[in-house]
Write a protein that binds this ligand. Structure first.
Ligand code: BG6
Length: 467
């Protein structure tokens, strides 16, 4: 049996993509409430009616039904995020919003009732809008104080219910999407590299501080960083391409390296020197950074290529980081290239580099699904393509475990259909559970089990043996 017996099988979502109830029970606005078209589209001054995230899949009101369905699949773990602006509606007030706190108490209790561990992302692309507009998000050092107050509040409140914590979702994505990822209000094109990397520094310090506080307040807790992983292959065997890949990989490894080693790596110091970037360290920052994580978690959807040859550079589609398409791989309906072996590769890469337990906290296929009535009269989706995608990836996880990599668990992304992060549409579905809601705002919000629902249930109940 390859998968360890305590392997954490489950699924993942994020508050802003499923909860809806964007202004209920005292919740303040977040950056997601003013981006109706995802990362590509413009921001609106106020929440616009065509913003699918305002209602999401109404998880805020239907979580009991949904958690019950997760339990039916046998989830050992459920990854979700806390919407910061439910707890501190503006982000900079002194007292938290009790109704927001109560919602997550109830949600975590519901998970624990079924023996499901909550795995909580503290900040998943949902900075309180006030912090973004007033302070320019993580560019401002005061964000560390606001984040500290927020983490102390939720650790105090949920410390007995939640063991696994992630400090920032895909923390490296701030380099590519500063507003979405870091709440940085300045337009991406106008943002200086200095401000961008100063924001990164503040997030890294905040993450290490949260790890320190978690260990002090909850000795049993395990804290992880969360990296957007995208293995990059040289487009050709040219040494120039290999060096180019090494350099672009460093830009992402920087985040994991600081989280695991507790200090800035030499290649980054060189990059800062050569780009006239001067990071302001406050007294004590170096000490705080030494609070390293217990495990490394990451999302994995695809790999990319890179090349030093401008003539061969063409941008592919894909998850936030872009990249040059790989001629050997097929792509999803959204142009994300599918590479199961890349998952084995990246698991080995991180384990070789960090020697820390790894957690795959996102992986999955966004596809158009067709709801049909099957021969038994049940409404369902025959999503063999999703089963195939997940199976191929899990077989590579098995390979990595055989390679000696320590893998704690696997939470596939969007275990129930939800609103996509990059394009803010519901048509791009990841779930084992179909949600009857459409991008024109229609739909009953009813839930239906897809074929993959039963498949994943069997994977979990056999601890991967049916793969
Ligand atoms: C990751 C994010 O980048 O990819 C998720 O952490 C996101 O929030 C997921 O939903 C899939 O991306 P998309 O754009 O298909 O929703």
């Amino acid at each position: 049996m390859t998968f360890p017996k305590d392997f954490l099988w489950g699924g993942a979502v994020a508050a802003n993509q499923c909860e809806g109830a964007y202004d209920e029970d005292g919740k303040g606005l977040s950056t997601q409430d003013v981006t109706p078209h995802g990362i590509a589209g413009p921001r609106t001054a106020e929440p616009a009616p065509d913003n699918m995230k305002l209602v999401g899949i109404d998880f805020y009101h239907r979580y009991k039904e949904d958690v019950k369905l997760f339990a039916e699949m046998g989830f050992k773990v459920f990854r979700t995020s806390i919407a910061w602006s439910r707890i501190f509606p503006q982000g900079d007030e002194d007292t938290p919003n009790e109704k927001g706190l109560r919602f997550y108490d109830d949600l975590f209790d519901e998970c624990l009732k079924y023996g499901m561990e909550p795995l909580v992302t503290i900040s998943h692309y949902e900075t309180p809008l006030h912090l973004s507009r007033t302070y320019n998000g993580w560019v401002n050092r005061r964000m560390i104080d606001f984040y500290e107050k927020y983490v102390r509040t939720i650790f105090d409140r949920y410390g007995k219910k939640v063991k696994y914590w992630l400090t920032f979702n895909e923390i490296n994505s701030v380099l590519h999407e500063p507003f979405l990822s870091g709440g940085i209000y300045t337009d991406k094109e106008k943002l200086s590299k200095n401000d961008l990397y100063q924001a990164v520094h503040h997030e890294l310090v905040a993450s290490a501080l949260a790890t320190k506080i978690a260990h002090e307040m909850m000795p049993e807790a395990k804290v992880g960083c969360m990296i957007l992983s995208m293995p990059t292959y040289p487009l050709t065997p040219s040494p120039d391409d290999v060096i180019k890949v090494m350099e672009s990989t460093h830009m992402n490894d920087f985040f994991g390296d600081v989280h695991v080693r507790g200090r800035y790596p030499g290649y980054m110091k060189r990059y800062f020197r050569e780009n006239n970037i001067e990071i302001q360290f406050a007294p004590g920052d170096e000490e705080i950074l030494k609070n390293t994580v217990d495990f490394v978690s990451f999302s994995y959807y695809m790999s990319i290529c890179d090349t030093a040859d401008p003539a061969k550079r063409k941008e592919g589609k894909g998850n936030l980081l872009g990249g040059v398409p790989n001629p050997y791989l097929d792509a999803s309906q959204w142009g994300w290239q599918i590479d199961p072996k890349g998952l084995r590769y990246v698991l080995n890469y991180y384990y070789d580099r960090y020697q820390k337990p790894l957690f795959i906290v996102e992986n999955g296929l966004g596809a158009v699904d067709e709801l049909i009535r099957n021969a038994d009269g049940e409404m369902t989706v025959e999503d063999g393509y999703r089963i195939d995608y997940l199976k191929q990836h899990l077989l590579q996880v098995e390979e990595a475990i055989e390679d000696g990599v320590e893998v704690m668990g696997y939470t596939s992304w969007g275990c129930i259909d939800l609103v996509s992060a990059s394009t803010a549409e519901l048509k791009k579905r990841y779930g084992y559970i179909y949600v009857d809601r459409y991008d024109d705002g229609t739909g009953t919000l009813e839930r239906y089990r897809k074929k993959s629902f039963y498949w994943y249930r069997d994977v979990i109940s056999t601890n991967g043996a049916v793969l």
